[in-house]
Design a binder for this molecule. Structure first.
Ligand code: ADP
Ligand code: NI
Length: 215
């Protein structure tokens, strides 16, 4: 079947692109997002092909990872054209990719149910035990401090400020990760985010007790 072939090719394409990533956006992140997005899509009765293709391609033109192709989603579009994906599907995927990223108070509610499935899945992967590992991997790869009590977290940042802001990884929990639960769009997203956020809060409590020498 043509759609299955395209998804298999897309999987090979992203495996190659992300094989060297150590910023928390490796191939396994993309595969987890794809699996989770499909699970949500089944519950929400969304278009499984569109959700899968957008999930597989959601990070290839990410603003931080590929700033030179980010604006026009050039890699994703070139890949889809190489697979003779219809122009209407390419357009629908690009809309999902434009809407997926967290951008502080300028974050967008995706305009389609398919976009909501992908955004919820991507954000679920930023939470919980895996979310903790990814945050510290990202922080380390960007030379950010683990924690510095002299640097306070900053709330309610807009898109440009959020992208320029230099902070610590522990602050990132408050600046972004603890905002995600409220921004989930689907029932599965809300349930999973609730569980994973609680796990992260318990972790941070433990972290602070160790920091303060109480434990
Ligand atoms: P989105 O997929 O919404 O664009 P990001 O790509 O910014 O989100 O985030 C992906 C992963 O990188 C998440 O696990 C997130 O916690 C981590 N991350 C992003 N920015 C930071 C940061 N400043 N400090 C620590 N981790 C970060
Ligand atoms: Ni992602």
């Amino acid at each position: 079947m043509r759609e299955t072939d395209i998804l298999r090719e897309a999987t090979d394409y992203v495996r190659d692109i992300f094989k060297e990533d150590h910023t928390g956006h490796d191939f396994f992140h993309t595969m987890r997002v794809c699996k989770m997005a499909r699970r949500i899509a089944e519950e929400e009765k969304a278009d499984l092909f569109l959700v899968s293709l957008a999930a597989l391609l959601h990070d290839v033109d990410d603003r931080k990872l590929s700033p030179e192709t980010w604006e026009k989603k050039e890699k994703a579009v070139a890949f889809m054209r190489s697979q003779e994906v219809s122009e209407s599907t390419i357009h629908a995927v690009c809309t999902i990719l434009e809407e997926v990223s967290f951008a502080g108070t300028d974050s967008v509610v995706p305009s389609s149910m398919e976009g909501k499935c992908v955004q919820d899945a991507d954000r679920i992967d930023a939470l919980g035990a895996i979310g903790i590992a990814r945050a510290f991997a990202y922080g380390g790869s960007h030379n950010r401090a683990i924690h510095d009590p002299g640097i306070k977290p900053k709330d309610n940042m807009g898109k440009e400020e959020y992208h320029k802001h230099i902070s610590t990884t522990v602050n990132h929990f408050q600046e972004k990760l603890f905002c995600l639960k409220e921004q989930m769009h689907t029932k599965t997203g809300m349930e999973m985010a609730g569980h994973r956020e609680q796990y992260m809060k318990d972790y941070l409590d433990e972290f602070m007790k160790e920091w303060d020498g109480i434990l």
